[in-house]
Write a protein that binds this ligand. Sequence first.
Ligand SMILES: C[S@@+](CC[C@H](N)C(=O)[O-])C[C@H]1O[C@@H](n2cnc3c(N)ncnc32)[C@H](O)[C@@H]1O
Length: 278
Amino acid sequence: MVTINNLLRKSENSILDSILVLGKLLDVDKSYIYTYGDREVSKEVEEKFLYLMQERARGYPIQYILGEREFMGLDFYLEEGVLVPRPDTEILVEYTIEYINKNYGDRNIKVLDLGIGSGAISLSIAHYCKNTFVYGVDISDTAIKVANLNKDKLNLFNVNFYKGDLFKALEGLDLDGGFQIIASNPPYIASKEIENLDTTVKDFEPRLALDGGFDGLDFYRKITPESKRFLDDNGLLIYEIGYDQGEAVVEILYSEGFNKVSVLKDLQGLDRVVLGTK
Ligand SMILES: C[S@@+](CC[C@H](N)C(=O)[O-])C[C@H]1O[C@@H](n2cnc3c(N)ncnc32)[C@H](O)[C@@H]1O
């Protein structure tokens, strides 16, 4: 048998990752690991830990190992096959929540999220804006499954998920008028750039969530014109974008006749969100 401290020393990963994974296997929090480092762990936990640490060392995302990720103060379940939600995406969500509160108050409105992944955007909006009904769409079975698990975990009833290719997923639904907001964090990496991403991303996160076509802009070109059919007059279209796509996406919105087009920057001062109204 090996002690917690000696087992942690066998890991070649960061001490934080090692503690998080061991805590998960032992079903204890970090403070237990710090306090009881001289306690022994079973052979089974030792073997499982060493296996997961090997996986982590070859780049397997820590969030898939832990099966969870915090986003907008909420705990999301995660597994391989869905994108790990990024802190940058909180910029789009925070803006959207503020926009709903400011423009609609307690009125019932409808929001569409195209490309839900784990449900991070849809479920955060549904959680913080209880009078909003969120429709979420994804083409991936795993995304729909994981987003529904998160919907149950967060105990939300004002959101539904539909499988399909962008707006086609809504065919046959009685929408009773347009959406007040359409939000999307679509795949936006240029196909040829995917090879240059970190191993953790390119080898383990779904290509379907990353690949935005030749120049990364395919989804903005597809969604923007079609969104006009589904948006209410004055409805908001809001996108997450890659840091170097601001100008191009602004141009796409202008060319489709959107108004009040603007760009939001992230904490590093880089373009991160483009929005406009119909
Ligand atoms: C960048 S991920 C965003 C996931 C999530 N919204 C987030 O911010 O963490 C893009 C998502 O779009 C989905 N997707 C890709 N092509 C699609 C399509 N044609 N129709 C609907 N969803 C699509 C992918 O499966 C993936 O879940």
